[in-house]
Every structure is written in structure tokens, then in C-alpha cells.
Design a protein around this ligand. Structure first.
Ligand SMILES: *Cc1c(COP(=O)(O)O)cnc(C)c1O
Length: 381
């Protein structure tokens, strides 16, 4: 068996055909045919009010910070165990990021930790659906309503994952927050190298989102013939990807069900192979709360210590298996530790120090998963 890499971006084989079509159409700048085809898939499949493809999830988060008019000194609550872009988007607006701890049973933000952090300067809550597993959106939306806050879902990893509310309705992640963001970076389930999307669910943001996306102009409305000339109407930037990117992504969107089926098969296989270790509490496996679905974005272990994790990484490396840890708590980062208010966030630190991600991509065969699992069982002997 050859080396088993940690990630291999999915490739359907039809991306280049779609890109050739885009080139042949004579228009490869943004907001063309393929961008619209992608938007329509999101609208039809997930009933998102407004979807705008972006050059990255990072850019979509920056759009969200602009749209919610975050001002210097405003406070934004988010988990410390997340990617830098979740925080950067608001730091760029000179907001104060207030970090919440993770849940003991899951790396997602502890919903019970949020309310004590709310002050009269709090403007938004940014839940991150870690590993594509839903935060409890019922609790978060209720808190936001009670305190008059915006919710911006960082759904970067959460394509095609759902949250079942108290009312029994399963809602796609990205559809509950006032605004939501997705990533199509090559490490995500659906990918186009670099790409993302902003979702505007709150009707107050739908028109303005399009303007901020198009450099602060009403060009999108102009193309639709709604205004007879376009001009500068608001602040904005260039957040839209070219048609080459949209064409690539469209090929992947068309295969979403097959991609998800393959990934879930791999995830279930890992779980089957390793469940005896989880049952014996030898090592912790992933946790999916009963209100959440699994989109098989990631398969992770939580080791007993940092030292154990390092030994396991080395053990797997000797069998040519790539495994990698993940975020380092942002409250303890070089940039933020002097800005953080000093509260310890022990669970965020535990996941920083002990979480390990196993290879998870559509090129893995059942025998690869069996081999990786066998090496892990051997490690725990
Ligand atoms: C991947 C990721 C991002 C950034 O996505 P890009 O498309 O690379 O900008 C942001 N937040 C989370 C939680 C992510 O996993």
C-alpha cells in the first residue's frame, strides 16, 4: 500500500470541460452563467434566500462584518477554537473579539458559555460548525433574539449538514443565521481551489450584500435591467470569483450527492473499525449531538495528552499515513493573547493540544481505512 495522504482534493473529471465552456462563452469575469448556475443550486437545494459566490470563506466573513456595520469597539462572540479568518474579519473592523470556550463533548462553541459574555457592546455571535457538526442553533438564535444580536454562521466546513430544531424541522446549516459563510477551499468537501459563498437569509441584507460584493456599486441590478446606469452607492470591495472558479465549482456541485455518499461511507467505516476503542474510552472519537447530522467533513480523535498525540502521529507516519492536528486556541495566539481578557478556556486548549485528524477524502478505499484503523488499534495495543 502506497503512502496515504491526509487530504486529496476531490476531482470529478468534468471541471475542465466546464472551464472550457466558460472560456468559449467569451466572458470569464464574475457574475456570469456559471456563477448563476451555482447560486441556483443553493437556492433550490437549501432554500437560502440569497447566495453569492465569493473568492473565499475569509472574504465572505469580511462581507458579513461590513454588512452588519461592525464598528470599532463593538464586541463579537465566537469560539477560540476556530480558523483565524473567523476572527480576522471582525478585527479588520476594529471590533473586540470575545472568545467562548468549546463544549466538553465537542469542539464546537459551548452554547451555555455565550450569555455571560454578552454586554451592551455585543453586536454579533459567530457560531462555527466544527467538523460540519451543528452548533445548537435553537439556543443561539433565541439568545440573539433576546439580546438583539446578529448571528453569522461560519459554516465553512458545513456544506450539506443539518440541524433539527425543537419543532422537529431539519434545517440546512447556513440557513438559520442572519448571514452565513461557506468555504470551497481545497480542504473542504466541495472545492474549487479557493472559493466560498455568502448567504444572506435576513431580507434586510439581501440587496446590500450584492452591492458590497460588486465594489459598492449597483452593477448586478444594472445587468438585470433594474437600473439604467450603475454607480457607486455604498462601500464594498471585489468579493466575486471569476467564471473559471464558478465553472469548476459547478462541476462539483453537480456531484454533491455522490461526493457526500462516498465521504459518509469512509466516515462510517472508520467509526466501525474504531468503535471498540471509543467504547473502552481508550481514546475519544467524534461526537454528533442528536440534533445534528454528520456531513463527513472530518474524522478526528481526541488523545489523552499532547505527548500521546505526538507519538500517534509518529506511529502513523512510520506506516506512511498522514495525520494532522488542527487549530491552536486563538485567545492564546501571538496576535491576540495580549488583547484577550485573560479568561482561561480549558476545552479550547484541550482540543488544540490533543485533537488529531485522520485522512478523509474521496480517494480513500475501504482497505485504506481498514489499514489506518488497524495501525491505530495497534498503537493503543
Ligand atoms: C476553511 C475555513 C475558513 C476559511 O475558508 P477559506 O475559504 O480558506 O477562506 C474559515 N472558517 C473555518 C471554520 C474554516 O474551516
Amino acid at each position: 500500500m502506497g503512502p496515504i495522504v491526509f487530504n486529496k482534493p476531490h476531482y470529478t473529471g468534468r471541471e475542465t470541460l466546464r472551464i472550457i465552456e466558460a472560456v468559449d462563452s467569451g466572458k470569464i469575469s464574475g457574475d456570469g452563467i456559471f456563477t448563476k448556475k451555482c447560486h441556483n443550486i443553493f437556492t433550490e437545494r437549501y432554500r437560502f434566500r440569497k447566495t453569492l459566490l465569493t473568492t473565499s470563506c475569509t472574504d465572505a466573513l469580511e462581507m458579513a462584518a461590513l454588512l452588519t456595520d461592525i464598528k470599532p469597539g463593538d464586541e463579537v462572540i465566537m469560539p477560540s477554537f476556530t480558523f483565524v479568518s473567523t476572527a480576522n474579519a471582525f478585527c479588520l473592523r476594529h471590533a473586540k473579539v470575545v472568545f467562548a470556550d468549546s463544549r466538553p463533548d465537542h469542539p464546537g462553541m459551548d452554547e451555555d458559555a455565550i450569555e455571560p459574555l454578552i454586554t451592551d457592546r455585543t453586536r454579533a455571535i459567530v457560531p462555527v460548525h466544527y467538523a460540519g457538526v451543528a452548533c445548537n442553533m435553537d439556543l443561539i438564535m433565541a439568545l440573539a433574539e433576546k439580546h438583539g444580536l446578529y448571528v453569522i454562521e461560519d459554516a465553512a466546513q458545513a456544506i450539506d449538514s443539518y440541524h433539527t430544531g425543537k419543532d422537529g424541522t431539519a434545517r440546512p446549516l447556513g440557513s438559520s443565521g442572519h448571514l452565513s459563510t461557506f468555504s470551497f477551499h481545497e480542504t473542504k468537501n466541495l472545492q474549487c481551489g479557493e472559493g466560498g459563498a455568502l448567504i444572506a437569509n435576513d431580507p434586510r441584507f439581501a440587496d446590500r450584500a450584492e452591492i458590497v460584493w460588486e465594489k459598492g456599486t449597483d452593477r448586478a441590478a444594472f445587468w438585470r435591467g433594474e437600473v439604467d446606469k450603475y454607480g457607486w452607492v455604498d462601500i464594498g470591495s471585489s468579493f466575486l470569483p471569476s467564471e473559471l472558479t464558478a465553472a469548476y465549482l459547478f462541476a462539483q456541485l453537480q456531484e454533491l450527492d455522490e461526493i457526500q455518499r462516498t465521504r459518509k461511507g469512509i466516515w462510517d467505516r472508520y467509526h466501525d473499525e474504531l468503535k471498540s476503542l471509543f467504547a473502552a474510552q481508550t481514546v475519544r472519537g467524534p461526537h454528533i449531538p442528536e440534533y445534528a447530522t454528520n456531513n463527513a467533513h472530518m474524522f478526528y480523535l481526541v488523545c489523552g495528552s499532547t505527548e500521546e498525540r505526538s507519538r500517534l502521529i509518529d506511529h502513523l507516519k512510520r506506516s506512511h499515513i498522514g495525520s494532522v492536528f488542527h487549530y491552536q486556541s486563538l485567545h492564546a495566539s501571538a496576535y491576540y493573547r495580549h488583547r484577550h481578557d485573560g479568561r482561561p478556556l480549558p476545552w479550547s486548549d484541550i482540543y488544540s493540544d490533543r485533537l488529531l485528524r485522520l485522512p478523509m477524502h474521496t480517494s480513500l478505499r475501504p482497505e485504506h481505512v481498514a489499514f489506518i484503523s488497524e495501525r491505530i488499534r495497534d498503537f493503543y495495543g
